[in-house]
Design a protein around this ligand. Sequence first.
Ligand code: FUL
Length: 698
Amino acid sequence: MRKCTCFNLLSILLMNVCLLAPTIGQINPPQPVGPIPTVNQMRWQEMEFYAFVHLSVNTYTDMAWGYGDEDPSMFNPQDLDCRQWAKVCKDAGMKGIIITAKHHSGFCLWPSKYTDYSVKNAPWKNGKGDIVRELADACKEYGLKFGVYLSPWDRNHAEYGKPAYITYFRNQLTELLTNYGDVFEVWFDGANGGTGYYGGANENRKIDRTTYYDWENTYKLVRQLQPEIVIWNDGGDRADLRWVGTESGYVGETNWSLLNATGDVPEDMLRHGLENGDSWVPGEVNTSIRPEWFYHAKEDAKVKKLPQLMDIYHHSIGRNGTLLLNFPIMPNGLIHEYDIQSINELAGALKVAFAKNLTKKAKVSTSGFRSNQSNFDGMKTIDGEKNTYWAQDDGVTSASLTLQLTKKQPFNRFLVQEFIQLGQRVKAFTVEAWVDGKWKLLAKETTIGYKRILRFPTVSSSKIRFSILDAKACPLISNIEVYNAPQILAPPQIRRTRSGDVILKAADPESEIYYTLDGSQPKKGGLKYKVPIQTSNGKVKVKALAYDGQTGKVSAAGEDQFDISKSKWEILNIADTMAYQMLDGDFNTAWQAPNKSTFEVIIDLNKMIDLLGFKYLPPQHWWEEGNIITEYQIYSSNDGINWGLTKEGEFANIKNNPVWQNILFENPAHAKYLKFVSLKTVNVESRAACAEFDVITK
Ligand code: FUL
């Protein structure tokens, strides 16, 4: 009995030691501050980079949105190969794929038993196919996670807008979340209600997107069916993830992963989060590799190239976001080779840029660390362990850490991560390099979050200082990496101002640029670009390349041709000289009509011209998006008195995708005057605006 008691005491003691073991040396660990991510949100955040694929009946009608009356007999992706999609994504380093199982058209890519408007009635595989199944299988095969986009808005369904549709919507959700294995993310698009086919009613149906879907119970259903899922919703109710307020591919530099559970979320808050929000709602940056989400052959030449994709990468993953990059699927069921080429270039460039982490063998010194416990010292930022971190004592909200590199060497990237499992804390920080006997400021920034990647001009140094200037509570830094990324050598951007000056811009600000104006190939040692090039008013053909002085490598040559300079164009009906911002060749400036009903611009082109069409660039700043023109008219005239209507129409999906709109006339116009009229803007209360107006000539 005694013996037994002794044994018991011993075992209790031993048990205690065992239980204490993980925390020995970790006395006084930091406590969470503010909202923290759930396990699901954390798992999702660590995925960082994943894909969207858009395919529906409107792939066959060249439309951004299907109306709901498209005949399923059009839907025939004969060469469909979800394994191709999965391979492209896997090779690019992506971690999952989200498919438009049902877009606004209502057409289902799986044979839902609740509707006939699906692959069941398409010629593809004689109505026996299931694209959702094929993708789920391909994802499994390639080790990718699988997600679904189910549009709440259904322009086909007769009951849309009525309670019966909610049952239908949930039935479909149940099919998707039950029959296809694990689903990592479900996407509930915010476009909700409007005109549609609606079972033949062909009418405008408005719903209150905050109440109609009863999101609370819809979310319950989702979580019950897929306990490990994250929910995206920019529409009604706060979900696990937030939209960042734009589809252009960036989130704010200041980016808190917090919002309030209730209340309005204005655009600015979507972009930056809310420093003292009461819920963890991190941002997901969604954008397409082409201007539009669905495939349009006319966009084959507009696939985003490496420099833009690299910017998007740094403006999303590099700013505490994830990146959801879309591939439009062609009518034949495949991803276009140009898209593959671009994404492969990005993957290759990322690999090279982040190949050699210069902090690996660095020595670390700090201003201090928590309780003088080595578990929290500066080495934890370079130990390659994501669950260890450099921490300060409670109440200490500033600190600095110096990295002594093995030798003086060039670098231009700084990557830093907070241990967000205990909350996002850092409010302000700097990065400096020791140059010529003093500290040189490389960057002064605000938030960090899960991951922040900074780019700055190459500097050569053996010492880097990272200083946290302010934080919500003691900062916890889990990782720091430093790289020397090579220049991105891409054809320089070419633009021409109204006065005829040609301005060239390299993808990498550190590159030199060489150019020609006579159609010949530019080469290193030829004309070097320093200041804007003055050209005549006529046609100009510019060719230019970028050159990396460090490696001696050059980019491919880019070229552009400008046929009519706008220098002699006059705006006749607006006294405000700011109106010329529409013609200045600067995409960042825009003119806005003085009041909401008067956007009518009359341009004297100075001579009779054969016009094939016109181009409109909407304002490029997200805060001006209400002013974007959605419906227009173009009139032409020989004398500025007698006008003929040349074209009228709508710029589809322009709000979310504010890119150049190239509109061709049915018949070319021969005219000296053009009148551009706005009939409608995104926000009816806003004054219409135009960043750039141009013509398309023979
Ligand atoms: C938007 C939709 O309207 C687009 O068509 C696309 O699906 C994009 C991802 O979301 O709101």
